[in-house]
Design a protein around this ligand. Structure first.
Ligand SMILES: N[C@@H](CCC(=O)N[C@@H](CS)C(=O)NCC(=O)O)C(=O)O
Length: 306
């Protein structure tokens, strides 16, 4: 294991190698342009899921193309079901190695490819969504939401930091721990945060109030995978998402928005995790359950202030 590295029983995530940015003014060497960049994702991957949600919310579907890998990964890394029609590659590794022949890390999604220079620009997942939000504004659809409003950034950043450490990455720290204390530490921190979010969502429709922001975009992919995968596969089983009335209603509320619901692929999610981590699930059996009604009424419109 490398991206899923374990040190002293603790899961430690690898650092991202490609960290250049696309900017509105082109000062970085990568100007925001329509049709130039390609986003590579897996529907299974929570970090990639964020980028698909934001691309759709902002109406960037015609501006930034997407290549989707097969949900099942082996030791060669992600591959395309046939080949990527734009770059012609079969394995994602080809794009990493043609950008940097000396690259020795893992070939991760999400990543952004520049069709003009034929190079990977970034695989730095926390930056990709904010880059779409702040550098591609000239291409946003009319009426697109401001997902990262300047006045809310300190609060969004603070919440994102807690959610990243204890929830988004917390489930991985629980699931990939190979020492009991490391697992329990991650487990306790995860449920402490979920309990706090449950309270926070009692009085507000979304994490920051009446409007969807980057904070919701980052929490949702973990909630969408929670009962189907993390509860059992990663042993995050103090409570199910469905046991939290506010969080579960909130997750369904988001799911009813096409940018969230139509980018959520439970088949890819389940097949990816249960088949791709043989150390955790050596039989590779994909469980049939749980049966959750994501379309059930959530009743959270009542929380929107007039
Ligand atoms: N780029 C980040 C986050 C993205 C990430 O972990 N993506 C996973 C999928 S959820 C991946 O592509 N893993 C490929 C691998 O481990 O071979 C990282 O390196 O940790």
């Amino acid at each position: 294991m490398t991206a899923q590295e374990v040190e002293g029983g603790r899961f430690v995530r690898q650092r991202n190698r490609f960290t250049e940015t696309i900017t509105a003014d082109g000062g970085s060497g990568y100007p925001a342009e329509s049709g130039r960049y390609r986003l590579f994702v897996s529907y299974a991957c929570p970090w990639a899921h964020r980028t698909l949600i934001v691309r759709r919310l902002l109406g960037l579907e015609e501006v930034i193309g997407v290549g989707v890998v097969d949900p099942i990964r082996d030791e060669r890394g992600w591959r395309f079901p046939d080949h990527d029609p734009v770059t012609g590659t079969v394995f994602l590794s080809e794009l990493y190695l043609s950008s940097d022949p000396g690259f020795t890390g893992r070939y991760t999604v999400p990543c952004v490819w520049d069709t003009e220079t034929g190079r990977l620009v970034t695989n730095d997942f926390p930056d990709i969504t904010t880059m779409l939000e702040t550098e591609f504004t000239a291409f946003h659809r009319p009426g697109a939401p401001d997902l990262y409003p300047v006045e809310l950034r300190p609060e969004i950043d603070e919440l994102n930091d807690l959610v990243y450490r204890t929830v988004n990455n917390g489930v991985y720290r629980a699931g990939f721990a190979t020492a009991q204390d490391a697992y329990e530490e991650a487990f306790d921190a995860l449920f402490a945060t979920l309990d706090g979010l449950e309270e926070r969502l009692a009085g507000r429709r979304y994490l920051l109030g009446d409007a969807v922001t980057e904070a919701d975009v980052r929490l949702y992919p973990t909630l969408a995978r929670f009962d189907a995968v993390y509860y059992s596969h990663f042993k995050c089983n103090l409570r199910r998402l469905a046991d939290y009335p506010n969080l579960w209603g909130y997750a369904r509320d988001l799911y009813s928005i096409p940018a969230f619901g139509e980018t959520t692929d439970f088949d890819h999610i389940k097949r990816h995790y249960y088949v791709t981590h043989p150390t955790i699930n050596p039989t590779r059996i994909v469980p049939k359950g749980p049966l959750l009604d994501w379309a059930a009424p959530h009743g959270r419109e009542r929380l929107a202030s007039g």
